[in-house]
Design a protein around this ligand. Structure first.
Ligand code: FAD
Length: 288
């Protein structure tokens, strides 16, 4: 929706956004492919112009909401250059467009994931977003927002783990005293608190900067690198603090750890965040 709002025509926005915003319709976004994940710009799904239409052929992998989407926002290759990418809006039911696979995951299990298949799928030219070849910029700008947003999920998970640990330390007794009495437990809770606050303040500061119009690819990537990683550590510590109960499904901690692990992978892995930051910093340094 953010991408369409920033880059779509007035007609496209009027047609699709109201129902997506109200929740009457569900959308999905197809960028990743079976053979092109981190190297998203290498994608091979093609759109070829045929009269007043485009014919799309290819597959999109790991697509959130694939099975339930009324409308898909699909990145395609429209030329031979590395950056010749163009986006199309494809409605459910368009001939040649199917959901070819449902993917079962270790976490985020209430968020459905599937594979999209396009076999000579014809869409009208009016469904092209922007001009041919515009979409690398659309994609990069939208990924920055997605990375910041995903990091908010990690902050929520870290806070929930901390809250649960404080509660449990006050209730669970071993050796005749509650866990809260033991310095090793206190250390875990104090560190969780310090880490969660560091996450919160980093995220909020970067969100504030974006709200002011000060975008920074490096800061968005740094947030995405730090917050999911820290939340995985906090969730593992929280499981440890709960002992066997932490490992069981009686408490939500193991689920939070599994859910958060996705945030280290989706919208660009930790390693890709490191590559982006290093490239930006070193390119800048080498200019002087
Ligand atoms: C649950 C889920 C939902 C998703 N939802 C969507 C969606 O809605 N739409 C969409 O388009 N995509 C979606 N994705 C895809 C996601 O963005 C990709 O999974 C992610 O970008 C990584 O790509 P990959 O899985 O192909 O891993 P790969 O790119 O194959 O990477 C495998 C490993 O190699 C590392 N690696 C890759 N290249 C390098 C390098 N040059 N140097 C060092 N290490 C490297 C990676 O960091 C990773 O550790 C989703 C993924 C998941 C798991």
């Amino acid at each position: 929706m953010n991408n369409l709002n920033n880059n779509g025509s007035q007609e496209q926005k009027s047609k699709y956004l109201p129902k997506l915003i109200s929740g009457e319709h569900v959308g999905c976004m197809g960028m990743s492919e079976p053979e092109y994940g981190s190297d998203a710009v290498g994608m091979q799904t093609k759109a070829v112009k045929v009269g007043q239409e485009y014919e799309i052929t290819g597959n999109k992998m790991w697509i959130t909401n694939a099975q339930y989407a009324d409308v898909a926002y699909v990145y395609t290759r429209t030329g031979t250059g590395k950056k010749d990418l163009t986006t199309f809006i494809v409605e459910k039911g368009t001939p040649g467009f199917t959901v070819s696979k449902e993917i079962h995951k270790m976490g985020m299990r209430s968020s459905p994931t599937g594979e999209l298949s396009f076999q000579k799928c014809r869409v009208p030219e009016a469904n092209r977003v922007g001009k041919e070849g515009d979409s690398v910029i659309h994609m990069m700008k939208n990924l920055e927002i997605e990375r910041i947003t995903i990091s908010g999920i990690s902050l929520g998970i870290a806070q929930a783990c901390l809250d649960q640990c404080i509660k449990y330390a006050g209730e669970r007794k071993q050796f005749g005293k509650t866990l809260a009495n033991y310095q090793l437990i206190q250390k875990m809770i104090a560190e969780m608190y310090a880490e969660t606050e560091a996450m919160r303040r980093m995220l909020y500061t970067v969100c504030y900067e974006y709200d002011q119009g000060n975008r920074s690819n490096n800061l968005a990537s740094a947030v995405k690198l730090q917050l999911p990683k820290m939340a995985t550590k906090i969730a593992l510590d929280a499981i440890q603090l709960h002992g066997g109960y932490g490992y069981s499904r009686e408490f939500p901690l193991e689920r939070m750890m599994r859910d958060n692990k996705l945030n280290e992978i989706g919208a660009g892995t930790n390693e890709v965040m490191i590559m982006i930051i290093a490239k930006n910093l070193l390119n800048e340094a080498l200019k002087h």
